[in-house]
Every structure is written in C-alpha cells, then in structure tokens.
Design a protein around this ligand. Structure first.
Ligand code: 16G
Ligand code: MG
Length: 546
C-alpha cells in the first residue's frame, strides 16, 4: 500500500540506533535528546493510529519536563485531554523498540489488534517546550503523522497543559474553550478576574507574586498572559529564560528536592513565591520568614487550601456534593490527618504518577488531586457541573447561595481539568488566598508538616524485585522486607515509612517521616539498609545521615 510505502521511506530518515530499547514510562519517553529522533517519528505514527481509532484529535507533546536541558521526551494526549491509556503505552513501547526492518510489521500488528480502519481521517496536535532539541524532534513527530496521511496542527512553543487544553477544546467542539493560546488566556483570566472581584481592598503588595519560570516555556507563556490579568496579579518573573539554563538551579523540582529557593530570585521576608517546572505542569509555593527560614508550600498544602475553600463554598451554596482529596504515599502524614480529622473530607491514596491520581479523582463529584511534588488539579463531574450551573440560573437562589455558586462556576472555568497546570493552579491559589484574605504564612499555618526524608538505594537486579501493594505503601517482596520496615517504624513516634521502585530512575526510593528530623533521617537510613541487604544493594552500604 502506498500509505506504508511512505512510512517505509520516511522512517529511514529517522533510523533507530540498533539495540537501543526505551520504555514508555510514568510520563512518556524521556532520555538524552540524541536518542530520540526515531522515537518521535514513531510516536507521530502511533498518534495517527490512535486518532483513527478514537475518531478524535490526539496530542503529542515534546518535552522532558524537569529533566536537564540536554534531555528530551514525548507524551501522548488522549481525546479528552487526559494521558494516553495504559494499553497504548504498551504499543508505544512496542513501536519504539522495533528494529528498523520490523517497524512496518509492528505497525500493522497494532492496526490489526485494535481493528483500525485506515480509511478514517487523522488529526494530531503537536507542541514543544523550549529545549534546543525540541525543534527538530517535534519536526520528526510531524513527519511521522504526515507519512501516514494524518493532518497536523503545530502549536509550536506551548506548555504541556496548554496542549492538553487544546486537544480537549477540539474534541468537545469548543465546549471547553477555544483551541488557541489566546482562548486559553481569555478563559483563565476571565475566571480569575471574576473570582478576585470578591476579594475586597487588596493592596498592590497582596497582588504581587514572585514567579520562577525555570528558564522554560512557563516563563514565556506567563509573559504572554500578563496583560490579560489587568494588574490583578502583579507577577515578578525570574529565571525567565533570557540568560539561565532550563531547570538549572531553579524550577519546581529543584526547590522541592533541595528545600531551598531557586537562584536568581530576590525574595523579601514573607513574600509569596512560586516555581514552575520545565513544561509548567507542576508548581510549588514558598516564602522565607523573618528569621530567614525557608518554608515550602507543596502539593499537599495546595490540596488542603483548595479543598478547604471548595468545601466551604459547597456548604454556603447548600450543595450536597461529595468532595475527595486524592494523594499518594508521599503525602505528608500531617496533611492526611488534617484533611480527614479536621476537614472531614474523604482522602484516598493511589500509586505515584498523575494518571493514577486523575483516574481516582474521576470517581467523585469533586476530586482534588495533588502529588506532594506539585502535580495536580481539580476534577468536577458532569453532574456536579450541571447542578452548579442550574443553581446559578435559578431565580429562587438567595444572595448568599448565589455568591457561592458563582464562585464555584468561576472556579470550574479557572481550573484546567485536563491535567495539572502550573499557570492555572497558580491563579487558583492566588484567587483563594485573595478571597480569604490569607498570607503565605496563614496558609502555611493550617497544619505543620511532619519532618521527612527521602533516600534512594541502587540494587543489582531489576529494581522491580521490590513489589508493592496498597498504593505502594507496603512491600510484598522481597520476603521479610515489610516485616523489617514495620519493626523499624515502631521504634519512632508518629512514624511511617515505605519503599517503591522508581518509575523514572533505576533506583529504589525510600521515604520516612517521624516526629523529629533526626528520627526521620535515622528511620530512612535503617530502611535503606534493609533494602540494601534484602534486595541486593550495590555499591557501598548506605551510611547514616548524621
Ligand atoms: C513522573 C510523574 C510524576 C511522578 C514522578 C515519580 C507524570 C506526568 N509525572 O514525573 O507524577 O511523581 O514521575 O517519579 O505522571 P519516580 O517514580 O521516579 O519516583
Ligand atoms: Mg512537568
């Protein structure tokens, strides 16, 4: 068939290095950019098949998020703007690893398994981050799509969540918004301005926010969006990409892991600051107090702030909707306790990785999900959205209820429900703080984090010798490991610990928390030793931290 002839010809321009195998991991393919050209071409092919199969537009985003600038990666976006389903992650790995001469065979195998009608049209939206390698790699994606006869729309430089938004807008025929960058700014800024109208007497100081753009796409897009916010948010942008290197000593991952402010940010005492990651789908907040002490406001604090606000609005609106917060095992124990015991909201725990949280959040009327590292958003079920919209229009709704449902309506418009979005989350947080008249310190004071420590252990065999259950909170293998962890945890107060194989690095991760930093450090070390001994650690034995 002529269709496959072109794939065959063009694929020679994007050859696979022999022997190289890569896996579609937690967040797509990610490695050094020099290994990715063939992957991009093939993901263009796969996205075209997915589009034919779903009879919808599919997205392909070229980015390696918080990884170093030299790396790159690719993620596929499904019709409603969510991440591609697990079965197709498997196809992605299959296609990526096919040697050059069996590429067509694997392609036809997927077509057959999925019973794809090749006469269907295909449409693929493509976006990229600011890495130097992204230009040629996204061209390889475009080549892949066109070689299978698919139509492309190249959005060029966009944040990951912007591309998710575009895909959703397209497949809902405009119901979610207009599929342009301008449409995105308009939708979010209008909702933000409506919300902040409810915050009275804000001073310029309260409107000021220091933003670390990680020297990436988020900085670029923040600049574009600024005029739409009409000074209701006064952004002081640092690490805007004009001189520094992407993610280098800056960005959400750096701030979260190092527990310190990024380079290049001039923070005054108590000033609200936030950092985006390299593709702007993650955000953390922070400030320094009068003693110069750094305070991180992570995904758990964000989930608490937003869910508390939503719960209050539901009560005021007299709406009986179930709200739940979805976390992972990394959520600080204090946040879970606060949400369950004080806020009385349902808390559920899933495996690490945005797609797991997203799916769990879809089970509720309102699902607030955040990973501690700052990935997250809020999902409103169709039924919940309908109830809210009807109440806004109902002439019998009294003023107090009307105010609350209108706030809920604007909140729905402000939050990017397709995926965690640093810009949308930031505007949401700013609006909540403004409406409630809260400073960063007030927010931080909602609960106090338990001291914690994260370590990693390298093991000689496949790191999946560590098998887990109960949302990664308990290890089922190797034998004896969980019993040892249980015994160690009992030695400390308010303690908790778990181990899991990383989905992005060849290591086993260890997490521990306890009532003091010394105890958390010591527990983390003891559990690392247990992993090292029972799961075949390599290199030197883990040393105590103190
Ligand atoms: C990926 C995930 C993130 C998760 C992290 C865990 C997405 C978009 N990203 O970056 O959610 O927290 O992996 O990494 O799903 P780890 O498995 O190495 O601990
Ligand atoms: Mg990211």
């Amino acid at each position: 068939m002529a269709q496959f002839e072109e794939v065959s010809q063009k694929s020679k321009l994007h050859p696979k290095p022999e022997g190289l195998t890569l896996q579609y991991g937690t967040a797509g393919f990610r490695t050094h950019a020099k290994h990715l050209d063939h992957i991009m071409f093939r993901m263009g092919l796969l996205a075209t098949l997915r589009s034919k199969k779903t009879k919808s537009t599919i997205g392909v985003m070229v980015t390696a998020s918080h990884n170093p600038e030299e790396d790159n990666g690719v993620k596929l976006i499904d019709p409603m703007g969510e991440m591609v389903t697990a079965a197709w992650e498997g196809y992605a790995t299959q296609l990526a690893n096919a040697e050059q001469d069996s590429l067509l065979k694997e392609l036809k195998d997927i077509i057959k398994k999925e019973d794809i009608d090749m006469s269907e049209p295909a449409s693929v939206y493509v976006g990229k981050d600011t890495r130097p390698s992204s230009a040629s790699l996204s061209q390889a994606v475009l080549d892949g799509v066109s070689s299978l006869g698919g139509k492309t729309h190249d959005y060029g430089l966009v944040t990951t969540p912007q591309l998710h938004y575009m895909v959703c807008c397209c497949n809902t025929h405009g119901c979610y918004g207009s599929p342009t960058v301008e449409g995105y700014y308009q939708k979010l800024s209008q909702a933000f301005l409506q919300l902040t109208q409810n915050a009275l007497n804000r001073t310029d100081d309260q409107k000021r926010l220091l933003v670390d753009g990680a020297n990436g796409i988020g900085a670029l897009k923040m600049r574009e969006m600024e005029p739409f916010l009409r000074s209701e948010l006064q952004v002081v942008l640092s690490n805007d990409g004009s001189s520094g290197k992407l993610n280098h000593m800056c960005g959400a991952d750096y701030v979260k892991v190092q527990q310190k402010a990024p380079q290049g940010m001039n923070m005054g005492v108590g000033e609200r600051c936030c950092s985006f990651d390299g593709d702007a789908d993650r955000i953390v907040y922070y400030y320094t107090d009068s003693k110069g002490c750094f305070h991180l406001l992570d995904g758990d604090k964000i989930a608490t702030l937003i869910s508390t606000y939503l719960k209050e609005l539901l009560t005021q609106a007299g709406l009986n909707l179930q709200i739940a917060v979805v976390q992972t095992a990394y959520a600080n124990g204090s946040s879970t306790r606060y949400l369950e015991d004080v806020m009385k909201v349902t808390v559920c725990c899933t495996k690490t990785g945005v797609k797991h949280l997203h799916h769990a959040a879809q089970e509720y009327d309102i699902g607030v999900y955040f990973e501690a590292n700052g990935h997250g958003t809020v999902l409103f079920s169709k039924a919940a959205q309908k109830q809210i919209q009807e109440l806004v229009k109902d002439p019998n709704t009294n003023d107090e209820r009307k105010r609350a449902v209108k706030l809920l309506e604007s909140t729905i418009n402000l939050i990017n429900q397709t995926v965690g979005d640093a810009i949308s989350d930031m505007l949401m947080i700013e609006a909540v703080l403004a409406i409630r008249g809260m400073s960063a310190q007030d927010w931080d004071a909602i609960y106090t984090d338990l001291p914690n420590r994260q370590l990693k252990v390298t093991v000689c065999a496949d790191r999946r010798v560590i098998d887990t259950t109960d949302a990664e909170r308990r290890a089922v293998s190797p034998e004896g490991l969980q019993d040892t962890i249980d015994t160690l945890v009992k030695k400390y107060k308010s303690a908790r610990s778990f181990v899991r194989p990383s989905g992005t690095e060849d290591v086993v991760r260890v997490y521990a928390e306890a009532d003091t930093q010394e105890s958390a450090d010591s527990l983390a070390h003891e559990v690392s030793l247990a992993v090292y001994r029972l799961a075949g650690g390599i290199g030197d034995e883990p040393k105590p931290l103190h």
